[in-house]
Every structure is written in C-alpha cells, then in structure tokens.
Design a protein around this ligand. Sequence first.
Ligand code: DNO
Length: 369
Amino acid sequence: MRMTFRWFGEGNDTVPLRYIKQIPGTDGIVWSLHDVPAGEEWPMDQILELKALADKEGLHIDVVESVNVHEDIKLGLPTRDVYIDNYKRTIRKLGEVGVKVICYNFMPVFDWLRTDLHKRMEDGSTAMFYENGIIAGIDPHELVDQINANPSFTMPGWEPERLQHMKKLIGAYQGVTEEHLWANLDYFLQAIIPVAAENGIKMAIHPDDPPWPVFGLPRIMTCQANFRRLIQLYDHPSNGITLCSGSLGANPANDIVAMIHEFGDRIPFAHIRNIRRYENGDFIESSHRTRDGSVDIAGIVKAYHDIGFTGYVRPDHGRQIWDESCRPGYGLYDRALGIMHLWGLWDGFDYSNNGKGVDRHEQQAATHP
Ligand code: DNO
C-alpha cells in the first residue's frame, strides 16, 4: 500500500506540508481545488501552483479528492452535458500533471453527515458523532430554514455555494428514485471513463456516508451488491472504488473484508478508519486502533496485504487530541497515529507471512544522508 495524507491547501489547512513528509511511510498528499465550485473546469495555473508546493516538499500529488460532480449530473438534467464536458477537461488536465486517481461521490445534495463535530469522549478528546434520532427527526425543509436563519452554518467538506442552493436542490430531487440515480450515474460513467482511461487515470467513487438514505434523498453507493452493479456499468480498470471502511462500516451488514477480496484491483484508493457503533445505529469516530472501534481494521489491513494491494491509502477522520486546533477530523496528531497503526499491522503481516518482515534489502541499500 502507498500511504498518503489529505491536505486542504495553503491557508485552508492547519498542517504544514513539511510535517506530512515526516509521518513515517507517507509520500503523497490527497488534494483538491476546494475553491472551485462543482461543475467548473479546474484552472491549470491553480493545479500547477498546488503541484509546485508539493514538489518542493518531495510529496506526490497522485490522488485527487474530489472532483465534485455537479447536481445537474446527478439529477440527469439537460444541462448536465455542459458540466460533463467541464469534468472531462479537468480529467485531461489532471492526467497531464501525472494524477493517477480521482475520487468523487454521487451523493445527492449532502456529502458526509454528522450531528456533532466535537463530541467529547471519556478521555477528553473530541470526535465526530452521528446521532440517528436527530437526522431522522429533521424535515429537510426545516433544515433549510435553520440554515437560512444562521448564515455562519457550515458543513464540513462543502463548498459555500452548495449550501446556498440547498433549498432549490432538495425540491429538485423530489420524485428522483434510486433507479433514476443509477441511470444518471451510468450516463456520467459512459462519458467520463473513456477519457479517464485515455489519460491514465482511475476514477474511484466514494461510498455514501452514512450508507443509507438521509432526508428522504436516495443513496446508492452503500453496499457490496451495489458496488458490483457499479463495476458492471462500465467494466474497465478506470471505473473503480474508494473503499472507505468508516463510511461502509456504519452499517454492520457490510463485510468490508469480503469487498476487498471481491473488488481487489478495482480499489485504487482506500480510506482506512474506525468507528464505534452503538446498538441504536448511532456511531462515533474512534481512534484507528482495531480494538477501539467496531470496524475490524486489522482484518481489513490483512485483506489488503493478502491481495498484495499496491493502491493508495489514507487514514481518515482523526479525533481531536492533545488540544490540537484544526478542521474537525483533519488534524495532524490522530491521523498520524492512525497511519502508524496501519503500518504496524502491515509490517506485522509481512513478518507472519515470510518470517523475514519488511524488505531488508531496501533498508540496507539506503545511502547515508
Ligand atoms: C470525508 C470524505 C468525503 C469524501 C467525498 C468524496 O471526509 O471522505 O467528503 O471526500 O465524499 O467525494
């Protein structure tokens, strides 16, 4: 596996790039142009600017998360073709600068959802929390009023323009079923996968988080059978998955180890993180350590190890610890600890498989600094 770290860009992230380089076994950033609204073509000068910053620190930019999909594409509106053309142009530009994987999602209106970004745990750390009852109890139209009444309301991972248009959007999705969403995803894939393939890029769809419908909006990237269907829509290595253990793990019926074995090289990018599930369906984002949560992180890393996984991996959604002040879920400390848990497991599996552990030759060949 190739370890990476998500970075939100200069001025948008509290973690300096040079710190990322110091996390053991980490050699690339996962990035995006967060200020470009969904649907617009990415400007080359901004792409190159980001690349120059990463180059300076010796970090690669192979993985983009995300090039967001305009809602008109998900809704299947006639205007979608303009946005799909922009998307194709962005893919070509990213191919030109050497990007290998583009993560995206197909969730209507909302990306990932939590009800508390700073839930205090027994040890004094805070973590992101999802309380089923709160979401189930909110009428989508009331939510819009709530947001309209509070201009500072924001949601993690959202461009401001998406919030502004939410009222209109929720209305637009009325009558849009899961099957409509499948048809619109199909149309999108038929258009973009050939372009991704020509440009040496693997598209990697992110699961819906949480993996069930919210606010009456359909969600389809939720389970193994649906990922199988996704792959069948366009059977090509450039049509892949960002297998996120935390998103899928919120539903105990999802067997992530089985998904790794089934989808294998259709997983160019993996998010490995843990959550602790409660009986009533609530969940909290625990440390990455296997025993701290309900997701079998050791089993997942073993599955990747068993299939000889060479794709990109990143930790995700750390807790806020040691008084770090950062974007919720995206501090340095807990994600760096998460990386060490993942590498610890990986190296351990190397030892138990061949009795020799990591490639000693690689270490012996190292030149003196
Ligand atoms: C949350 C992320 C998601 C992800 C998008 C992919 O932290 O995993 O927001 O980036 O869903 O498009």
